[in-house]
Design a protein around this ligand. Structure first.
Ligand code: UGA
Length: 447
């Protein structure tokens, strides 16, 4: 049984999953959040967001739940966390600053400033949040200035690469562990954390602090570029009557390219990729090397063009205007298996069509509550079929599995016009066309 005690500060997508995973690995874990309502949910073994498998893990470990290991507890108290932990993981959010490209570091800064003055025994503070390169070195100095235990408290950076929807599996079986460290002691503590049977087999890369911070931002910049590359090819395919799905399939067999992240459609969204490429550009500017990342500006604009193009295709399909037309939108989250609507292309398209005068009805299997909080003026239905009643067009904007299993004939019975636009290129055109639908995709031939 591991002897280190772990605290996890911030219990959002990253922190809640990390805390539960650490308990699964055998550690005694204390999760901290300043939001009481999140802590109340977690103490009851409930996840503050939809993430497959997370609640099972919580119920298995949260103290006070019948049959649990009791290894996972939660608090809102920084002094308690400082007293408890040998290793403190910082997992708070780093959103985009309002009206700017730069990253908002205020949550990370506040977490460190709240924890450090209570660190009166040896500890390792480990940043996991995605931050602009150079933040770790700066935070290390803040800690050195505040922690009563002085040099016995160190800082390391250990970026997290989990994907929403696969957070539990990605945390328990990471494809690599990156540890930015400034001492052998910090490296060996992090090796001890990850020297558990489940994480065995993942390559462990010890680096300096800036390289560790950069691995994360560079990975997300690369993934965004890959998606925008295939979306640029979709624009070319559409003009030249090619098929971007077949193109991506053929490209992917070159194993230097690979099949993953070559799905063309309405582009990327979420709380990570869009804001991370913008923050990366902002940081490059501060470092005086903004020309190194000007290509990311193009990656961002190709991506945003996809949303505009979806709206254009819808307008075209409806004879030039959406005013007064009924549109059913399938999907509101930025990706399936998540309830996250942050910077969601689907919700963005739904909202813009609404603002252009369409009567929009949205259905999403898990994201309705969050979508309603952002766009209360849209109509929300409880099923895909209910959303489609009376629709002049159906837009498939998030590729939830249940949408791939819809019966086009049954849906065809309730709509006004059998017209579907596939913003994710995952429905089978032949099946829909056979059932009498006009099927339009992005970057694919019209018939
Ligand atoms: C992303 C990265 O994939 C993770 O490795 C990273 O840890 C995480 O950000 C983060 O920084 O925390 P996530 O935002 O959960 O993970 O979702 P992705 O699976 O990367 O999808 C992002 C967006 O790209 C979605 O809107 C998705 O629909 C879109 N996408 C993805 C495409 O349009 N085409 C593709 O081929 C792949």
């Amino acid at each position: 049984m591991p002897s280190l005690k772990i605290t996890v500060i911030g219990t959002g997508y990253l922190g809640a999953t990390h805390a539960a995973a650490m308990a699964e690995l055998g550690f005694e874990v204390l999760g901290l959040d300043i939001a009481e309502e999140k802590i109340d949910l977690l103490r009851a073994g409930r996840a503050p967001m939809y993430e497959p498998g997370l609640e099972d893990l919580l119920r298995r470990h949260v103290a006070g739940i019948e049959g649990s290991t009791g290894r996972l507890r939660f608090t809102t108290s920084y002094p308690e966390a400082a007293e408890f932990g040998d290793v403190h993981f910082i997992c708070v959010t780093t959103p985009q600053k309002a009206g700017e490209y730069a990253c908002d570091m205020s949550y990370v800064d506040a977490a460190v400033a709240s924890l450090a003055p209570h660190l009166s025994r040896p500890a390792l503070v480990v940043g996991k949040s995605t931050v602009p390169v150079g933040s770790a070195a700066r935070l290390g100095q803040v800690i050195a200035g505040l922690a009563p235990a002085g040099p016995d408290v160190e800082l390391a950076w250990n970026p997290e690469f989990l994907r929403e929807g696969f957070a539990v599996q990605d945390t328990l079986r990471p494809d690599r562990i990156v540890a930015g460290v400034t001492s052998e002691r910090a490296e060996s503590l992090l090796r001890e954390v990850y020297a558990t049977p489940i994480a065995e087999g993942s390559p462990f890369l010890a680096t300096d602090l800036p390289t560790a911070e950069l691995v994360k931002t560079a990975a997300n910049a690369f993934l965004s570029t890959k998606i925008s590359f295939i979306n640029a090819m979709a624009e070319i395919c559409e003009a030249a009557d090619g098929d971007v799905v077949r193109l991506a399939e053929a490209l992917g067999y070159d194993d230097r390219i690979g099949h993953k992240f070559l799905r063309a459609g309405i582009g990327f969204g979420g709380g990570c990729l869009p804001k991370d490429i913008r923050a990366f550009m902002a940081r490059a500017g501060e470092l005086g090397v903004d020309q190194a990342l000007t290509f990311l500006r193009e990656v961002d604009s190709i991506n945003m063009r996809r949303r505009a193009h979806m709206i254009e295709l819808t307008r075209e399909a409806l004879g030039g205007s959406v005013l007064g037309r009924r549109i059913a939108i399938l999907g509101a989250t930025f990706k399936p298996d998540s309830d996250d609507v942050r910077d969601s292309p689907a919700l963005n398209v739904a909202g813009q069509l609404h603002l252009q005068g369409a009567q929009v009805t949205v259905y999403d299997p898990k994201g309705t509550e969050n979508a309603r909080a952002v766009f209360p003026t849209l109509r929300y239905a409880d099923t895909a079929l209910a959303a489609a009643v009376g629709a002049d067009a159906v837009l498939h904007l998030t590729e939830w599995r249940e949408f791939g299993e819809l019966d086009p004939a049954a849906l065809g019975e309730v709509v006004t016009e059998r017209r579907i636009l596939d913003g994710r290129n995952t429905l089978d055109p032949a099946v829909w066309r056979k059932a009498g639908w006009t099927y339009r995709a992005m970057g694919r031939p019209t018939a």
